[in-house]
Design a protein around this ligand. Structure first.
Ligand code: COA
Length: 335
């Protein structure tokens, strides 16, 4: 039969973050420990990146284990039980199983029943990408409550002897529960990619090359630090500005700035480019957590809430950027 209309499904008018949870592995790794494998110094790493320590997961602690620890805290903060979730979304580039997804395993581990479950590969923009998708799932009616986790075990794919990356990365997980809202609480996303710059941050060899035995060195990340730095400061600051404009607010209306914790100097340069007033509280979790890619924004937000630096109802600008190159930003109401 032609011309028959399919039944539509309407979702909530708006979505919001209901709760945040953060998990950092117990092992703290100092710059001095990193410098046992590269020609560098505690002073150089602090000056160039702002990183003092980072956390590394144990050998047998998986991405799913860390995600579950953060997720349980986010569910408790949101007052939601795992079996009320309709979708579980994991943002990661370090789940070292090609398939199945970390999300399906996580959903089962949490006792979430049979929610939709999938992973997102958007590197350091993962959490912001995921937030946009979660909000659209809820507004489109495909889900009512979504668990979104950014999680990375970057120590698994970092070469401890590579002077260009060994000092930057850390491990951890940050989770958010997202649900319906009566008022707008997640602003429009401004996102995109620049595939012409894939080489800027990239796994050095493919799994195929590794499999064929052309190298016995486990694949690991390589980064052109200066290229990434320039791109982040000159191109990505504009994206943050667009996210403010799209949300209909100015820099003066903002309470909190939570950029991806890539590098303290990038954060400082962005603050200048955006002309953020001093009243805006800025996430500086990188000092003790390093760069945890998709986990960095929820980890930073979790710490700021725990330490009372920010409060429920504050307006926060989030921006993620990284390998792809990809970027994503939006303004959110702090849960
Ligand atoms: N330890 C000590 N010295 C180092 C070093 C290290 N690990 N790596 C490089 N150097 C030295 C270089 O040899 C060079 O010395 P020279 O001036 O005597 O020749 C000097 O430091 C500058 O090297 P350069 O490569 O220009 O470093 P940089 O100032 O660009 O700093 C980064 C390197 C990685 C810290 C910086 O490029 C950066 O922060 N980039 C952004 C990376 C990022 O945020 N990535 C995450 C995106 S998700």
């Amino acid at each position: 039969m032609t011309g028959m209309a399919l039944a539509p499904r309407a979702g909530a008018q708006y979505a919001r973050i209901l709760g945040i949870g953060a998990y950092r592995p117990s092992r703290v790794v100092t710059n001095d420990e990193i410098c046992e494998h590269i020609d560098s110094s505690d002073e150089w790493i602090r000056e160039r990146t702002g990183i003092i320590t980072r956390h590394f997961a144990d050998e047998d602690e998986s991405v799913v284990d860390m995600a579950a620890a953060a997720a349980e805290k986010a569910l408790a903060a949101a007052g939601i039980s795992a079996d009320q979730l309709d979708a579980v979304v994991v943002c990661t580039v370090t789940h070292l199983l090609q398939t199945p997804s970390a999300a399906a395993e996580l959903a089962f581990k949490l006792g979430a029943g049979t929610p939709a479950a999938f992973d997102i590969s958007a590197a350091c923009a993962g959490f912001s990408y995921g937030l946009a998708i979660a909000q659209d799932l809820i507004r489109g009616g495909s889900a009512t409550r979504v668990l979104l986790v950014g999680v990375e075990k970057l120590s698994d794919i970092t070469d401890p002897t590579d002077r260009g990356t060994a000092f930057i990365f850390g491990d951890g997980a940050g989770a958010a529960v997202i649900g319906p809202s009566d008022t707008p609480a997640i602003g429009p996303v401004v996102w995109g990619s620049d595939g012409a710059q894939t080489e800027a941050i990239i796994q050095d060899v493919t799994w195929r090359v590794f499999r064929n035995g052309a190298t016995h060195k486990f694949p690991s990340l390589r980064m052109n630090g200066q290229q990434v730095f320039r791109w982040a400061v000159y191109e990505i600051a504009k994206v943050a500005r667009e996210a403010l404009d799209s949300a209909g607010i100015g820099a003066d209306d903002l309470d909190v700035f939570i950029p991806h914790q890539a590098n303290m100097r990038i954060t400082d340069a962005m603050i200048k480019q955006l002309g953020l007033p001093e009243s805006v509280v800025v996430a500086r979790d990188i000092a003790e957590t390093g760069n945890t890619s998709a986990a960095s924004i929820p980890l930073a937000m979790g710490r700021m809430l725990e330490e009372g630096q920010i409060k429920s109802g504050d307006l926060a600008l989030l921006i993620g950027f990284g390998a792809g190159l990809v970027y994503s930003a939006q303004v959110v109401v702090v849960p």
